[in-house]
Write a protein that binds this ligand. Structure first.
Ligand code: GCW
Length: 689
């Protein structure tokens, strides 16, 4: 009898890993050992560091740790020096970051050696596309954590404050030190007196975590909010209006970061409305912010319906302005020349603007990569961009080095990520989407980290079982073999899988209209701007497919520095991952695999779908190692992910087949949906938005 009871209890413990909502992110509580902390100073930030150490110390019980602020020239900004005995930094925030790294090492079972860690970018900023009514543009994780609708919408509650603190802590733990609280499609009301009071409350909650607050501003605010006749940046009253507004902001938030501006883009107002340039507009704001140490992040996301190639436009418009911007303006450039597609070559502005500070903008929220339904780990994509060689100062002029101050003198260096955060219990909608928030922070801190290392860390922090239950499993290597390794493999393959089932070989922007979730290569409502419709991008016809950006076409290739321009210009040397981005080629074009272009496309679509099927198996096998709630939620999302990948493949292959009338290779699984039906369900899919 005793034996039976004993067995029953053991099984029960093993199977009852506490359900987790995912709210704790990568900062899950685990029992801590006692630790003695000696700290050279007192402040809100330092007491957070102390608290974290006491709550999370996994080292030797009773060990002593010293936290010391002491100037050291080899430590830059908020960097830190780490040793088993403690953390040294120039700043309080450096101490806090060092403490998080120390704890991370302990939790991921990595050694702590004497070493210095300095940030790659000085400003590591999240961009929230949150609207004043609480909706989030391209948000798939519930409503805004900052804004809400209703009569009491601007009142600050204790619950708000607690959530903002949790958010600040999560960001600090991965080195994010700035946040833009509202959508770049900005409402003028953001700058109203009442709204600024709420901004102040948010800034107060985030300050101890070292997260600075920024705002997106609408260029026409002087007229829309201030009642002026114009918002011309050279008008004396307009200049005065901005100066006064900036002063008001700094009186509430002395460490306010600055403005983010989307101007003359997708219908937003801007200096060109008054016959002025981007530089004149940005400089006017920069002058207002300068006395307070604020910066302007001015976006280069511009395109007009007149130009015949959207991919060329940001470069054409901004290059002539190089050298005209104030030193507290940073041009914020999306990673690729079009718009956060599953794969784009890097934007040719990186490295090309040599006399202007430039910062990369990455999209963490999965607008074009499966919303919060599909499991897509984005670090491999960002690594691909950051490590791309621009050749602008010879070989090795990567996008990272062209933007972090290494190659060009920049007064400020920065990187932005469009947030995927909302009120959902797990913050990001999909448990694995948390990895993208995490990866953005880690890469912003150290752009040389690999997506593999980041995934490894994240999985250990997010899923490793609680100490007592699993120390044995961890020690025996079971967990590594049966959970960590396959799950990491799944993450690392997930972005390439998405490229394959959505738009392989350089295809881009063939999404269903507006919501950008499902396929819509056919989408072209009458009268719509051509550059808002997929046929503009894929250019499929009876003879071939792809956008001709060669010297014989739009000549976007020449915006890149040699040897890239010539390499991209020739289909024989153009990397196949970008082939249809730069070339319009016959369906029978011979690929490196020996297959025709059409057959290769079919194989790519097929392989993407099959991979998602594999992901389902990997996850199901991982069940014994995950709590029931997170297991079931991810499992259900993967089912939907697979169904939708299948739809992508069927829709694209059947649609393109209408042009070329070629058979789908016979060893490939047949489509299981009819094109007619797929074209109809398009509307239904807009629910995902
Ligand atoms: O990708 C597009 C999105 C818009 C977005 C815009 C931008 C905020 O579809 O929703 O607007 O880019 O980056 O400004």
């Amino acid at each position: 009898m005793r034996i039976i009871v004993g067995t029953f209890i053991v099984c029960f413990v093993a199977l009852s890993a506490k359900a987790e909502t995912g709210h704790e992110l990568w900062l899950r509580h685990r029992g801590a050992n006692p630790v003695k902390v000696v700290c050279s100073g007192e402040s809100a930030t330092l007491s957070l560091a102390l608290h974290e150490l006491r709550q999370g110390w996994q080292g030797e019980a009773g060990a002593s740790v010293a936290l010391e602020i002491r100037p050291d020239k080899s430590i830059k900004g908020d960097g830190y020096k780490l040793a088993a005995s403690g953390v040294q930094a120039n700043t309080e925030l450096g101490i806090l970051y060092g403490v998080y790294e120390l704890l991370r090492r302990q939790q991921t079972l990595r050694p702590i050696q004497d070493e210095i860690s300095n940030p790659s970018y000085e400003r590591r900023v999240l961009n929230h596309w949150d609207n004043p009514d609480g909706s989030v543009e391209r948000g798939y994780a519930g409503h805004s954590i900052f804004w809400r609708s209703g009569t009491d919408s601007l009142a600050v509650t204790e619950k708000d404050r607690a959530l903002w603190q949790e958010y600040g802590r999560a960001n600090a733990s991965i080195g994010i030190n700035g946040t833009v609280l509202n959508n770049v499609n900005a409402s003028p009301e953001t700058l109203s007196g009442e709204s600024l009071i709420r901004v102040k409350a948010i800034a107060d909650a985030l300050r101890p975590y070292g997260v600075k607050t920024y705002l997106s501003v609408k260029f026409s605010s002087p007229s829309l909010l201030g009642g002026l006749k114009t918002s011309d940046p050279l008008d004396a009253q307009v200049v005065q209006w901005w100066k006064a507004k900036v002063k008001e902001i700094y009186s509430l938030i002395p460490d306010f970061g600055g403005f983010l501006v989307k101007a003359n883009s997708e219908g937003q107002p801007g200096p060109q409305d008054y016959g002025r340039t981007h530089a004149q507009g940005a400089n006017m704001m920069a002058d207002a912010l300068k006395p307070f140490g604020g910066i302007v992040m001015w976006r280069a996301f511009v395109y007009s319906s007149e130009d015949k190639d959207r991919a060329r436009q940001a470069y054409s418009e901004f290059m002539p302005l190089d050298g005209q911007f104030r030193d507290n303006v940073i041009i914020q450039v999306k990673n690729g020349p079009i718009d956060f597609q599953p794969r784009e070559p890097f934007s040719p502005l990186f490295g090309a603007m040599k006399k202007t500070s430039v910062m990369p903008e990455l999209q963490i929220t999965q607008e074009y990569l499966g919303h919060s339904i599909q499991l897509v780990y984005l670090a491999p994509m960002w690594e691909e961009t950051l490590q791309s060689d621009t050749y602008q100062k010879g070989p090795g002029s990567t996008v990272a080095r062209s933007t972090d101050g290494t190659l060009f003198p920049q007064k400020y260096s920065a990187i932005a990520g469009v947030a995927n955060i909302g009120l959902d219990a797990n913050w990001c909608g999909h448990h694995f989407a948390q990895a993208n928030w995490y990866a953005f922070g880690r890469l912003a801190w150290n752009s040389g980290l690999t997506s593999d290392t980041i995934a490894d860390e994240w999985i250990r922090l997010t899923f490793s079982p609680n100490q007592k239950e699993t120390l044995n499993a961890l020690k025996s290597g079971d967990w590594t073999k049966n959970f960590l390794t396959p799950v990491k493999e799944m993450m690392l393959r997930s972005r390439e899988a998405a490229v394959n089932y959505m738009m392989p070989l350089g295809l881009h922007h063939i999404f269903a209209g507006t919501h950008h979730y499902g396929p819509g290569p056919w989408y072209a409502p009458k009268g719509m701007r051509p550059d808002w419709t997929p046929p503009y991008y894929h250019q499929a016809d009876a003879l071939g497919i792809g956008f001709d950006r060669t010297r014989a076409g739009s000549n976007a290739v020449d915006q890149y520095r040699e040897p890239l321009a010539s390499q991209f210009n020739d289909p024989a040397t153009c990397p196949e991952i970008y082939l249809l981005w730069f070339h319009h080629l016959p369906w029978t074009y011979r690929m490196k695999s020996g297959r025709t272009l059409w057959d290769e496309l079919c194989y790519r679509y097929e392989s993407g779908v099959l991979q998602v099927r594999q992901f389902q198996k990997i996850w199901d096998r991982a069940e014994p190692y995950v709590d029931a709630q997170r297991f079931a939620e991810v499992q259900s999302k993967l089912r939907r992910h697979y169904r939708d990948a299948q739809i992508w493949k069927d829709a694209c292959l059947l649609y393109f087949q209408q042009f070329n009338r070629l058979p789908i290779p016979y060893d490939i699984e047949r489509p299981v949906n009819d094109l007619e039906d797929l074209m109809k369900i398009d509307l239904k899919w807009s629910h995902h938005n």
